[in-house]
Design a protein around this ligand. Structure first.
Ligand code: F6R
Length: 647
């Protein structure tokens, strides 16, 4: 059952007792929180817009969903644990009244388990205000104690409900909704996006953000707020990026942005350069599969328009002058997950082209080890979403140490690029499948562009050498397409391996991060035990895992690098001699690997440094296909969500 609130009092009395019961249950431990928020005010039916927006943000991951609309009779709230389908079924049985103002939420449980009662929106004690929230209010226990001392009863286990009561209390004291939001935000600690509607203030929504995403969608006589532009792309491609610690008040005709203390604040309007079709599956069974196939186009877009009229490399937003870049004597790449693996690939190219030492560090480890950062250290951060909390905290730490930060990001106006000194956008279009695919390949390409840019500025490569490399990169989309033309082979492989419990991936040099990425994709999607190793490390331990029939994928470097190539061929022989079933990814015409390959996947010829861009595709497709055959939800694998906005 959903809980519904009329303005004059709650009609969902049973929700109280349900919440009490769940309060004694121990909430499951969660390590991530990434909710979807949407708000609408305008002439359309708010329910339709809000539910549509929530559907487009499902990819972010969630375990309950809810909506609140403002009607003449007050607020009406409906919320359900589980998938959005549970909420829409409830709404089909008990339709919401017509309304032109509403907010909605997909929640990933943090404070309190994923129950109907803990789902958002939460109402204030009087039922006058409804609030949705993304993030964590760290001082919620103290605030709850304060409210309880005033006689307020909390009916959920959430931190969000506290914000609803605080806003309700200020409103009852006569403040306007926007003032109230500002006052309350000043009292909150932690990360949050808050969106509120007040039953007594029709035609407006107030939202606030600190360390958590929020964008405004500007329509014609209608306005939207959301965690992600995908929520309103169907209606408008004009958006406004909010800054840190800002409050926005939207009405159908406009918006006003202020700081938490009420001063007028700057916000950045921008045009979204993709449309609704990019946010839809377009005939594919999964977004992930669509995004795998989009990679040639995405990489071409990452490369597009990077040369000036004199043939020199230019990047999106480099707000660091050349003299400063010339002084850089150490590069540290920080990122998480797949983006970290893109960084591992980049290290080889950046060091080779710039001769500057480059470290790659998992963002969540970075600031805890007291890293050595000086004003001549360049920190490069890689994040598809631009909102990953671990990465954000790492760059904040770096900036506190006076390092310059360059962000490689796919999301215009996200927090990480906003807080960086320079940005290279990957221009990959929205990545909706939780498992990153085009995110990875475009990040690698953007890192290469950065490496070449630094080489140009520092003079470690001649202009003609840079142009030659760029020309080779221009051929990559076509070569990636050739890999995609052979997907039937990878699909057949998935069929053959459907009953395997464990898979190993081996690589050397840039093939090593590809092996790690292949293993990660398989873990995430098919829930199989999968490990990636540097092929040379095998004999130092992991070879003990090899037993007859174990699938071992090996990424073989191009033949030009004879030593490297031959070493991997030896490693393949080592595992094959112990009964492993070898799946060998090698360039076309590589006859040396043929005797040792149970399955041979041929890759187009590219230079060693560019091989990850073609080698990763069969691994992505294999994981997607195997998970499909196993009946898993490929776009929303269990326990995972698209953007991880808590540390
Ligand atoms: C794996 C995956 C994650 C992300 C990681 C960083 O398929 O998608 O490992 O790569 O959470 O996310 P971003 O790039 O958004 O910072």
């Amino acid at each position: 059952m959903s809980t519904r609130h009329g303005m004059g009092g709650r009609t969902g009395g049973s929700a109280r007792s349900r919440s009490r019961t769940s309060a004694v249950r121990k909430a499951p431990a969660r390590v991530t929180a990434m909710c979807g928020i949407v708000g609408y005010v305008g002439p359309r039916q708010a329910e339709q817009v809000v539910i549509g927006g929530l559907r487009r943000m499902e990819y972010r991951g969630y375990d309950s969903a809810g909506i609140a609309v403002v009607t003449d009779a007050g607020l009406v709230i409906a919320k359900k644990a589980g998938k959005l389908a549970n909420l829409t079924a409830e709404l089909a049985d008990h339709p919401l009244p017509p309304s032109s103002q509403g907010i909605g939420h997909t929640r990933w449980a943090t404070h309190g388990g994923p129950t109907d009662g803990n789902a958002h929106p939460h109402a204030s004690a009087s039922g006058r205000v409804a609030v949705v929230h993304n993030g964590i209010i760290e001082n919620f226990a103290a605030l709850r104690a304060e409210l309880q001392a005033e006689g307020v009863t909390c009916i959920s286990e959430t931190d969000t409900e506290i914000a609803a009561h605080l806003i309700g209390r200020e409103l009852d004291r006569g403040s306007a909704l926007a003032d109230t939001m500002r006052t309350v935000c000043l009292r909150l600690e932690g990360a949050f996006t808050l969106v509120a509607v007040d039953a007594l203030t029709p035609d407006r929504i107030v939202a606030a953000r600190r360390n958590s995403p929020l964008v405004v969608g500007v329509g014609d006589g209608e306005m939207f707020v959301a965690s992600d532009v995908a929520a309103f792309i169907e209606y408008t491609r004009e958006a406004v990026e909010l800054g840190q610690d800002q409050v926005v008040e939207v009405t159908p005709d406009g918006y006003v942005v202020t700081t938490f203390s009420g001063e007028p604040a700057d916000s950045r309007p921008y045009h979204i350069d993709w449309d609704l079709s990019a946010a839809e599956k377009g005939g594919y069974d999964w977004f992930m599969r669509k995004e795998i196939f989009e990679q040639p186009r995405a990489v071409a877009d990452t490369l597009l328009g990077r040369l000036d009229s004199e043939g020199r490399l230019v990047l999106d937003e480099i707000r660091i002058d050349d003299a400063e870049l010339r002084r850089v004597d150490k590069i540290v790449i920080v990122a998480c997950g797949t983006a970290f693996y893109a960084g591992l690939v980049a290290k080889y190219a950046i060091e080779h082209w710039t001769r500057v030492p480059c470290e790659v560090e998992i963002a969540s480890e970075f600031r805890y080890r007291d890293p050595i950062i000086t004003p001549t250290t360049l920190v490069v951060t890689i994040s598809q979403s631009g909102e990953t909390a671990d990465t954000l905290m790492a760059i904040r730490h770096a900036r506190e140490q006076h390092a310059k930060v360059i962000a490689i990001c796919n999301t215009n106006g996200a927090t990480i690029p906003r807080e960086s000194d320079a940005v290279i956008y990957t221009h990959a279009g929205p990545e909706i499948g939780v498992a990153s695919t085009k995110g990875f390949t475009t990040q690698v390409v953007a890192c290469y562009l950065l490496g070449l840019y630094l080489a140009q500025v520092k003079g470690t490569k001649y202009g003609d050498e840079i142009r030659e490399l760029l020309e080779e990169m221009d051929e990559l989309p076509e070569k990636m397409q050739r890999v995609l033309d052979r997907v039937d082979t990878y699909a057949a492989l998935a069929q053959d391996f459907i009953d395997r419990k464990s898979v190993l991936f081996l690589g050397r040099h840039v093939g090593y991060p590809v092996a790690l990425e292949g293993a990660l994709k398989l873990k995430e999607l098919s829930y199989l035990h999968a490990e990636g190793f540097p092929a040379g490390e095998l004999k130092h331990g992991p070879i003990a895992l090899v037993e007859p029939g174990l699938p071992v994928f090996a990424i073989v470097p191009p033949q030009g690098r004879d030593q490297l190539h031959d070493k991997v061929v030896s490693n393949i022989q080592e595992v094959r001699a112990r009964g492993a079933l070898t799946v060998v990814l090698a360039e076309e015409g590589d006859e040396e690997v043929v005797p040792y390959a149970d399955v041979l996947i041929e890759l187009p010829r590219v230079s060693t440094l560019f091989q990850p861009l073609v080698a990763v595709i069969p691994l992505q497709f294999f994981a997607c296909e195997l998970a499909t055959l196993l009946g898993h939800d490929v776009d929303q694998p269990r326990n995972l969500a698209k953007s991880v906005t808590v540390e």
